[in-house]
Design a protein around this ligand. Sequence first.
Ligand SMILES: [Zn+2]
Length: 229
Amino acid sequence: MKAIVLFGPPGSGKGTQAKLLRDCLQVPHISTGDMLRERVRSGAENGSPVAAKLQSGALVRDELVNRLVAERISQPDAAQGFILDGYPRTIAQAEYLGGLLEPRGLQQVVVYLSVNYNIIIVRLCARRQCPVCGTLYNMVSQAPKVDEVCDLDGHALMIREDDREDVIRDRLAAYDEQSMPVLDYFRSAGHQVQEVTADDLPPEEIARKICGILENNAVKADDRTQNRR
Ligand SMILES: [Zn+2]
């Protein structure tokens, strides 16, 4: 039983890894970004600043995300563990999570996806979206058949506002400032932090590496239990 916290800068591939790891670990993927977008879509956040914050990448207030996570992890499918993606992002959230997990005896393992910022900038700047059907492309890894044109409807592709280089640099700076102290907090609170370098490997290979680390880890934890007996 484990709570896996996927941690890493925007563009480090947390969402992709969370989906791949769900298959290997057989526990649900809990994305606070997805839950918040769903609330916006369903109208639950009408008149609140959540939608604007999601678009700009700004942090949504702690109380709301804390409550969403507390509700989600109390669902039966999360009883054997889960993968958190996009949470906790602040020290206050990390402390709250610790308070939720401790009484349940869930061990927290932080997987820190570290990616060179220049690689992130190249990766995100290469993203394009069709303004009509919304399909996402990447000029490096998932290029359309005809340059800068949507495969499905022939419309000229666009760069999303939050994928412009200056915006990406701002988001990375904000991450350094707000989230790096959270990593230090995890370490000082005694949680394992497993750093995985995710620079230029295919996502499947990174997921295999993480699964290997987590399995190894589970074996070691069993050893410790047996030694104690
Ligand atoms: Zn299109």
